[in-house]
Design a protein around this ligand. Structure first.
Ligand code: SRM
Ligand code: SF4
Length: 573
C-alpha cells in the first residue's frame, strides 16, 4: 500500500489535528495510523517500538511493541525543581523509568504506551512544560548557552532562546484540543508564518555566547553568535546560516555542513532576520525530496548570496558586516563554578555533572542516578539546566548548601562520569540509537561505555589520560550526537560496524573526515593506536588531536559537495 507524502499529510491534517483524538482511544492497536504517526511529531512525540523485541514478537505473530517517545520543549534547557520531580514521576508512572537529556538540552521520555500517552502529556502540561514543536517540520527547541551564571552577557542572552521559541511556536491549537480536551476551534487557525504545509523540514536555531560554543552553533539552520560592545553589553548577533549534520551512507548529495556567517544584526533585528530565514526556507525549500529539504540544501542550491539577499529583502534591512568573535571550545566545564560578579548573582554556585549519554536512570550496576536526582530536587533551592552535551547543571546553589549537594552526589554516585578515568570519556557523547530509535543501524548509547573501556588502555599507554579529545558516537549517519564535528567519531553503519571519522576541532568549527569505512572495534583501535602514539610524541604545546591530524597531513578537509566545511573564525566570513 502506498502512503501519502508528508506534504499531503500536513496539508490535510487540519492544522496538525489529523485523527489523533480518535486514534488515541482506538484500543484495537498500540499504534497510530501512518498519517497520525507523522502528525504527532509536531506535538513532540514519536511512535517507536522496542527493537530488541521485534523478532520475538514477529515470531509470536504479535504487532511490534509500540511505544512513544516524548520530547519536552525547553528553550535554553531550564527546569525548576518541581518540574524535575514531575518529569521523574511521569517517567516512572508512564514511561521507561528514565529521563534522557538530549543534545538539544531538553528531556526525552521513552517507552510510553498509547493508552498512557494522554495522561503523560497532561501531567507534563500541569508541570508548566509542553512538548509543542519539539519534533516536526517547524522550528525546534531553541538552544541557549547553558550557563547564565558565567557572565552578565550569558544572563542577557539566555532570554533570547525563550523568546525565539515562543515567537516560532505554531498558532494551531491542536495540541490543546488533542491532549488537554480544549473544545474544538470553530474556525481553523491561520499560520501566518508557517503557512498551510508548515516547513519542508525541521528547522533549528541556537544562540551562542563566545568564547564558549557549548550549543554547537554551526550545526544549526540559523546560529546567532552574541557580540558585546566595549562596555560588555550585548551589541547584537552575528548570523550564521545553513548548518546541519544529517547525512546518508553512500549518497554524496546528502552531507553534513557547518553554518556560514553572513553578517551582523542588532538585537531589535533578530526576529526579523530569523523570520526571513524561516520564510525563505518555507518558500524555496525542497518539498519533494525530504532528504534534500533542509535549509543547507536550499542555500547550496540557490547560492548563499541569493539567500542572503532574499533574507535582507524580507527583513527590510541589510546585514552589517560580521563582527569579530572567537570560540575556545564547545564542551562543558565540569565541577563547581561560582557565578561571575557581572551576573548580579555573585555568591551562587553551580555544579556541572557529566552524565552517561544524558541517561538518568537507576542503573542495575549500582548507580541510582534517578533516585539521587530526585533526592537533590527535593532539597535544592535553585534550578536545573541541561547542556547540549547531554550533561546537567545543578544551578543556583547557596554556598551553605554545597556540602549537602556534594554528599548526595557522592551517595548516589552521580559524579561517576565526572571521575571517569579519561578526559575523553568525561566529555564523550552518544546518541540514543537502539533499542528505541527506528533509524539506528548500530548501537550507540549502549555501546559507548564498552568502547571507552577499550580505548582507555590506549590513552593510558600514550600518556593521554588527561588530554581532552572530543569523541562522539552515532548509531547512524543522521548525526544526532553531531559526530561530524568531533575530533574522533564513530558513525554507525551496521551492527558492530562504524565509519571512523577524524579531524574535527574542539570548537565546533571544522568538519571531520572519513578515515575508515565499515570498521569493527578492532579495526578502529588498531587505527587509533599509532595516531595517538604520534600525537603524544609530536604534538606542539597545547595542540589538540584534530588540529595535529591536519597539521601532519593525516587528514585533509572532507570533500563534501559544499564549500562550507570550516566555519569562519574571528568574523572572517
Ligand atoms: Fe535526532 C531523528 C534523537 C538531536 C539529526 N533523532 C531522530 C529520531 C527522532 C529518529 C527518528 O526519526 O525516528 C531519534 C529518536 C531516538 C530515540 O529513540 O530517542 C533522534 N536527535 C535525537 C536525540 C535524542 C539524540 C540524543 O541522543 O540526544 C536529540 C534530540 C534533540 C532534541 O532534544 O530536540 C537529537 N538530531 C539531533 C541533532 C543534534 C542537534 O540538533 O544539535 C541532529 C543533527 C543536526 C541536524 O538537525 O542536522 C539530529 N535526527 C537527526 C536527523 C537528520 C536530519 C537531517 O536533516 O538529515 C534525523 C532523521 C530525520 O530527521 O529524518 C533525526
Ligand atoms: Fe537514531 Fe541515527 Fe539519531 Fe542515533 S543518529 S538517534 S541512530 S537517528
Amino acid at each position: 500500500m502506498s502512503h501519502p507524502s508528508v506534504e499531503k499529510i500536513k496539508l490535510e491534517s487540519r492544522r496538525l489535528r489529523g485523527t489523533l483524538a480518535e486514534g488515541l482511544v482506538d484500543a484495537s492497536t498500540g499504534s497510530l495510523s501512518f498519517e497520525d504517526q507523522r502528525t504527532i511529531k509536531f506535538h513532540g512525540s514519536y511512535q517507536q517500538d522496542d527493537r530488541d523485541l521485534r523478532d520475538e514478537r514477529r515470531r509470536q505473530k504479535l504487532e511490534p511493541a509500540h511505544q512513544f517517545m516524548v520530547r519536552i520543549r525547553a528553550p535554553g534547557g531550564v527546569f525548576s525543581t518541581s518540574q524535575w520531580l514531575a518529569l521523574d514521576r511521569i517517567a516512572t508512572a508512564h514511561g521507561s523509568h528514565s529521563l534522557r537529556v538530549t543534545t538539544r538540552q531538553t528531556f526525552q521520555l521513552h517507552g510510553i504506551i498509547k493508552r498512557e500517552l494522554k495522561a503523560a502529556m497532561q501531567a507534563i502540561h500541569a508541570s508548566g512544560l509542553d512538548t509543542i514543536s519539539a519534533c516536526g517540520d517547524v522550528n525546534r527547541n531553541v538552544l541557549g548557552a547553558s550557563n547564565p551564571l558565567l557572565s552578565g552577557l550569558h544572563a542577557q542572552v539566555h532570554d533570547w532562546a525563550q523568546r525565539l521559541s515562543a515567537h516560532f511556536k505554531p498558532k494551531s491549537q491542536a495540541y490543546y484540543e488533542v491532549w488537554l480536551d480544549q473544545p474544538p476551534a470553530e474556525t481553523i487557525e491561520d499560520e501566518p508564518l508557517y503557512g498551510d504545509a508548515y516547513l519542508p523540514r525541521k528547522f533549528k536555531i541556537a544562540v551562542a555566547v563566545p568564547p564558549l560554543n557549548d550549543v554547537d552553533v554551526f550545526a544549526n539552520d540559523v546560529g546567532l553568535i552574541a557580540i558585546v560592545d566595549e562596555r560588555g553589553h550585548l551589541a547584537g548577533f552575528n548570523v550564521a546560516i545553513g548548518g546541519s549534520m544529517g547525512a546518508s551512507h553512500g549518497i554524496p548529495s546528502h552531507y553534513p555542513r557547518v553554518a556560514n556567517v553572513i553578517g551582523f544584526v542588532t538585537p531589535d533585528q533578530v526576529f526579523a532576520i530569523c523570520e526571513a530565514a524561516v520564510t525563505v526556507q518555507r518558500d524555496l525549500g525542497d518539498r519533494v525530496d525530504r532528504k534534500h529539504a533542509r535549509f543547507k540544501y536550499t542555500i547550496d542550491d540557490h547560492g548563499s548570496a541569493k539567500i542572503q539577499a532574499l533574507m535582507e529583502e524580507r527583513a527590510g534591512f541589510k546585514l552589517q558586516p560580521a563582527r569579530p568573535y572567537h570560540f575556545d571550545h564547545n564542551g562543558d566545564r565540569f565541577g563547581w563554578v561560582e557565578a561571575e560578579a557581572s551576573t548580579g548573582k555573585a555568591g551562587l554556585w553551580h555544579l556541572t555533572l557529566s552524565l552517561p549519554s544524558g541517561r538518568i536512570a537507576d542503573f542495575p550496576d549500582g548507580r541510582p542516578l534517578l533516585t539521587g536526582m530526585r533526592e537533590i530536587a527535593g532539597i535544592h533551592k535553585g534550578h536545573f539546566r541541561m547542556t547540549c552535551n547531554q550533561n546537567l547543571i545543578i544551578a543556583g546553589v547557596m554556598p551553605e548548601d554545597r556540602a549537602l549537594i556534594d554528599a548526595l552526589v557522592a551517595q548516589y554516585r552521580l559524579d561517576r562520569e565526572n571521575k571517569a578515568p579519561t578526559a575523553l570519556a568525561r566529555a564523550a557523547i552518544s546518541c540514543v540509537a537502539l533499542p528505541t530509535c527506528a533509524l539506528a543501524m548500530a548501537e550507540s548509547e549502549r555501546y559507548l561505555p564498552g568502547f571507552l573501556k577499550q580505548l582507555e588502555p590506549l590513552l593510558d599507554k600514550h600518556g593521554l589520560r588527561e588530554t581532552p579529545i572530543l569523541f562522539r558516537m552515532s548509531g547512524c549517519p543522521n548525526g544526532c550526537s553531531r559526530p561530524y564535528l568531533a575530533e574522533i567519531a564513530l558513525v554507525g553503519k551496521a551492527p558492530g560496524r562504524y565509519n571512523l571519522m577524524l579531524g574535527g576541532d574542539h570548537r565546533g568549527q571544522r568538519m571531520n573526515t572519513p578515515y575508515l569505512d565499515n570498521a569493527t572495534e578492532a579495526d578502529i583501535l588498531a587505527a587509533l593506536d599509532p595516531l595517538l602514539a604520534r600525537y603524544a610524541a609530536e604534538r606542539q604545546p597545547g595542540e589538540r588531536f584534530g588540529d595535529f591530524l591536519h597539521r601532519t597531513g593525516v587528514v585533509a578537509l572532507p570533500s563534501y559537495p559544499t564549500h562550507v566545511r570550516v566555519a569562519p573564525d574571528e568574523g572572517a566570513a
